[in-house]
Structures are given as C-alpha cells and as structure tokens.
Design a protein around this ligand. Structure first.
Ligand SMILES: *[C@@H]1O[C@H](CO)[C@@H](O)[C@H](O)[C@H]1NC(C)=O
Ligand SMILES: *[C@@H]1O[C@H](CO)[C@@H](O)[C@H](O)[C@H]1NC(C)=O
Ligand SMILES: [Zn+2]
Length: 448
C-alpha cells in the first residue's frame, strides 16, 4: 500500500473517533468522586460564608466572564479547576502527602522524559491548527522540552477540535496513551492553547500555589455553590522560589466561578493588580521559567553570569533569557521594545507629565530612572484601551516590583479616580502595548 492510501485509511478511522466527547471519555471512578468531594469539604470548612467583603471597584469590562470558564461551561461537572481533566495518576499524586496539590506537579512520572510526541486530530480547522502550531513552537523555543510529530510512539498528545471547551490533563498520564488536549470552538487563541499545553507539561494554576493567600483574597461568598473545591490551595511548596505572578497565563481571571459574572471571586491584595489577572495573551516570563525549572533545563548550561533575573537559554547556553524589560547577552541592558519606540526617562523631584498613545502592534518600553536611593512615584490619571481582565490586548503596565520579573500593574480600563503608587526602587519600566486597537495613557511621575 502506498503512503497516500495509508494516510487516507488512517484519516477515515480517526474521523470516526472524533464524535467521542469528554463525557464519553470520563467515567469518573469512585476515587475521583471522593477526591473532589474531599476538596469541597475541606474548602467548606476553611471559610465562613457569613464574612462580608467590601464591594470591589467594577470596570466596564467588555466580556467579564473568563473565556476559559465560559467555553467550558457544559463540562463544569467533569473538569477540575475549570479546565483540568483529572487522571487517575494525577489523583494518586495529588492525594498523596495529605492531599497535597502543587502548582507544578513534581512527580517525575508526570513529566515527559523523552520529548512530547503529538498529533493534530482530524476536524481541527485551519485556524486552530495554526494556533496550536504556534503554541507548540513557543514552548519548544522557550524551554528544553522537545515536541515532535508523533512517529510510532504509543503515548502522545492528541489535539482535538471537535469537542466543546478547552481542557487538558496535568502532566503525562500513563493511563491515557492518546492523551487529549481539546481546542474546541472559541479556544483558538494562542494564549489558551499555550495554557492547555502548560497543563500537559505539568503546570497547575497560579492561584492554587500554597502561598497564594499572601497575594489574593478569595471571595468565598460570591462563588457558586458546590464548585468551591476549585479554589482549594496547594499544600506542598513547589514554586521553585519563583515570585507569584498575577499575569501568569495559568492564573484564573477575577470572575472565575462567580455566581454573578460581574462580581469578583478573586481580588488582588494590592488592588492595582486586579486587571493583571486573566492574561490570555500568552505565557509570561515566569511561566516559561517554571517549565524550564520543572524540566531542569538550566542544568544543561554553565553559569554564564546572567543579570537582572535572567538565566541561560538551554537552546543556546551562551545567551541569557531575560525578563521582558531587559535585553543584551546577559540581560544587562534595558529593552525599549521590539521597534525601539521606548526610551529612558529621567525622574526628578519635580512632577513631570507623560502622555502617550500606541496603536495596534506597537510595543514600547520606557525606563523611568530616579536618582539612586529614591523611588519613582506615579500618579495615573487616564487610560484608554480595550477593557478586559488581564488587559491582554491593549495595556499600560507598570513594573514596580524590585525584581521586575513578575508582571506589573496592568491597566486598560478608564481609571477614576486617579491612582498613585510608588515603585520599590529607583528604576521602574513602563510598558505600552497594543495588539488590538490602541492604548493611550496620561500620568505624572516624580522621585520621592
Ligand atoms: C453547551 O451545550 C449546548 C447544547 O448542546 C450548546 O448549545 C452550547 O453552545 C454549549 N455551550 C458551550 C459554551 O459550548
Ligand atoms: C478603538 O479606539 C478608538 C479611539 O479611542 C475608539 O474610538 C474605538 O471605540 C476603539 N475600538 C474599540 C473596538 O474599542
Ligand atoms: Zn487551566
């Protein structure tokens, strides 16, 4: 039989498979049901429904529902934390050690030891194929994980497009040889595909990190009944000492699992991070760093003295991977953006005004430099852009954290009243980016 005939034959039979849905695949066993119930009980005991919270500020967000939650609505009974297909293996791993759950599943048997073979299933539209290929290429380029088209391997990732929703298993699950990642209708966004692949590589959600209570408040009284288990917290630390990142592509949006989609179930302890949560543009610097740690990629390179939080690129050990405000072989230089439209701004004790607009596809980084020993203070007066959680299309971002590794305060919705905040140090990068329409910003700044 020639190759083409073989391909036709295979296509016919795969097409046959593609009416199978998650509901057919999932026959939750007693163990799974017990696990989810125990999480639910644990969480119900942990909080007091009577607690009253202050109303959060609300924004004219175009689409308040986190796309992942909305797209997976019909499978909320089958998926854990919104989009995770829990496998038997994962349950064993998660239940062990006092039901410890982790942001990254460390159990070595859940990692892909010899690259990740994958197949794009029948019925994936051209757009979905393109997005999946881009997401795979991203993780290949940014980490030492090797994705490759499946040859004869028994165990592989199988991207399907015919089912509802966007979901994946966490890590490599020995029990599924053809391990599904669903990119259903509406899921064909680079950020969503990259998120689901992140799960398949072994990454859990950011806000289930064991230290999350230092960064976010869960508004228990606003969560739908019986889904509170999705907010259970990891017990065992495995964050590899990476900072918490509100802008992680693995972070829930602020309205996830809300009984009223306009209210927040997650609020940031530092309210300026509220709109940073829900990023669906793509993995952050720290998302990439986590996968590189999980797969011990940095062990492949000698220490070459990367600066500013960078680390050697396992694909090219002579060059450092930098947080997205630095550049240079060793991340020793400020980065002004891909088209160098940013620059350095000298900050003095006098208030100065910054008034800029960027249009679609512009990405400019400005480095505000105050005298050594002082700090940069901002007074943000006006922002205009497409207003959505995560500000992942149009935004201004203030990296005020000392290390400048985690995603900063993001704004894309009108700010009213104006707000004032101070960076941790004498240097603060501000990123202006538009991928959809345009962003304009008006603020004052000075050294304090
Ligand atoms: C949920 O299922 C119904 C009925 O099959 C369908 O009309 C609807 O589009 C589905 N919702 C999503 C978000 O896929
Ligand atoms: C794009 O920006 C312009 C100028 O601010 C605004 O008038 C328009 O409504 C924006 N488009 C969308 C879809 O928000
Ligand atoms: Zn997820």
């Amino acid at each position: 039989m020639d190759r083409r005939a073989l391909i036709t034959l295979v296509s016919c039979c795969l097409a046959f498979v593609s009416t199978t849905t998650l509901r057919d695949l999932s026959r939750p066993d007693t163990e799974t049901v017990d696990f989810l119930q125990s999480l639910q009980d644990e969480v119900e005991q942990e909080f007091d429904r009577e607690i009253q919270f202050d109303q959060d500020e609300s924004f004219p967000v175009t689409d308040p529902v986190d796309p992942l939650t909305a797209l997976n609505a019909n499978y909320s009974d089958l998926l854990f934390e919104g989009d995770i297909r829990l496998s038997h293996e994962a349950i064993l791993s998660l239940q062990g050690d006092h039901r410890s759950r982790r942001q990254a599943v460390r159990a070595p048997n859940l990692l892909w030891r010899d690259g990740v073979p994958y197949t794009l299933g029948e019925g994936l539209s051209a757009t979905k194929r393109k997005v999946i290929r881009e997401a795979i290429a991203f993780w290949n380029r940014e980490t030492c994980v090797n994705f490759r088209a499946r040859g004869t391997e028994d165990h592989y990732l199988y991207f399907v497009g015919h089912d509802q929703g966007c979901w994946s298993t966490v890590g490599r699950d020995k029990k599924q040889t053809q391990q599904w990642i669903s990119i259903g209708d509406g899921c064909q966004l680079f950020g969503i595909a990259a998120h689901e692949i992140g799960h398949a590589l072994g990454v859990m959600h950011q806000q289930s990190r064991p230290d999350r209570d230092d960064f976010v408040s869960i508004m228990w009284s606003r969560i739908k009944r019986k889904v509170e288990g999705n907010f259970a917290k990891a017990r065992t630390t495995n964050t590899y000492d990476l900072p918490y990142d509100y802008g992680s592509v693995m972070h829930y949006g602020p309205t996830s699992f809300a009984n009223n989609p306009k209210t927040h179930t997650i609020s940031a302890k530092d309210a300026n991070y509220l709109l940073t949560m829900g990023n669906r543009e793509g993995p952050s610097f720290l998302d990439v760093a986590l996968v590189n740690k999980l797969y011990s990629c940095q062990d492949r390179c000698p220490d070459i003295g990367c600066e500013n939080g960078g680390y050697p690129d396992s694909r090219n050990c002579g060059v450092c991977k930098c947080a997205p405000v630095f550049t240079g072989t060793y991340c020793e230089l400020p980065w002004f953006g891909p088209s160098s439209c940013g620059g350095s701004e000298t900050v003095t004790e006098e208030w100065q005004t910054f008034d800029r607009k960027v249009v679609k596809d512009q990405h400019c980084i400005f480095h505000f430099e105050a005298p050594e020993g002082s700090k940069v203070e901002f007074d943000l007066e006006k922002v205009d852009g497409l207003c959505n959680y995560g500000c992942y299309e149009d935004r201004v971002e203030f990296r005020v954290d000392r290390d400048r590794l985690s995603t900063g305060y993001r704004f894309c919705c009108p700010v009213n009243p104006s707000r004032r905040f101070t960076a941790d140090s004498s240097s603060a990068p501000v990123i202006l980016k538009s991928t959809k329409n345009q962003t304009s910003v008006l603020f004052r700044y000075r050294a304090v």
